[in-house]
Ligand binder design. Sequence first.
Ligand code: G1P
Length: 298
Amino acid sequence: MKRKVTKAIFPVAGLGTRFLPATKSVPKEIMTLVDRPLIQYAIDEARAAGIKEFIFVTSRGKSALEDYFDDAPVLEQELRRKGKTDLLETLKATTMDSGQIAYVRQHKARGLGHAVWCARRLVHNEPFAVILPDDVIAADTPCLQQMVEAYAETGGNMVAAMEVPAEKTSSYGILDPVGDAMGPSVPIKGMVEKPEAGSAPSNLAVIGRYILSPQVMKHLNAVKSGAGGEIQLTDAIAREIEDGNGVHGFRFQGQRYDCGSKSGFLQATVAFGLARPDLRDELRDFLSDLSSVGYAAQ
Ligand code: G1P
């Protein structure tokens, strides 16, 4: 059964320990690439794909996220008074209509699958998207929109996918494709979360965009702890395959930045800075003569 995808789950409950001490008081999803927080890229992508309801799975210490998507009357008044219409326009993308955004708490850090399951009552019996804000994907057509278009053909379940080097497969969910399909939509006969070195069924890794059938919520009810002792979303999607329901990997067009790692975050910062007309020239000059860097903080 194919249906319009209008709901997206954003799992944002993680502690962000890789970015301590910054994440001691700032949710990692609020960390900025140039001047927009990671979560803003995720929301913009969801909106472009036609998502109308945004479900955040949060945890203690994430209230800055709720404030971020709220109106800011004092700030807006001040900007209006000063005639800063461009900044007022920028702020528009950060507000949500009442009722468009919902927050659900994940009380215990039990893994991505558990986080998604926490949103089950808001998803009801509809297909839903999941976006992991750590994976920032720059593309001409936003990644989720590409997927929604492909999903209109396939139905079932769809996960974003990309080839990774063999030595990296143990960091991802890895797909077991049927045959050697080379097109964008790849039918899948199995998937495994973070396989041990040497045991990966392919190099095709899951990237943090999903369109899932509501059946996956039922599977999440039943799956036991998997890789890393956590409830894994990958394991619940694999059950769809066992039940004979379709799962496709989708090779998206675009570049993915792993903003869950410091190196990926820095790469995204440089790339996005170079893409900005107001910053490009100065940044390029700086990068082209790094011998001028005398001191930098450790
Ligand atoms: C999660 C998923 C994994 C996927 C990855 C993509 O892992 O569990 O299947 O490949 O996101 O970024 P995490 O990076 O949270 O360990």
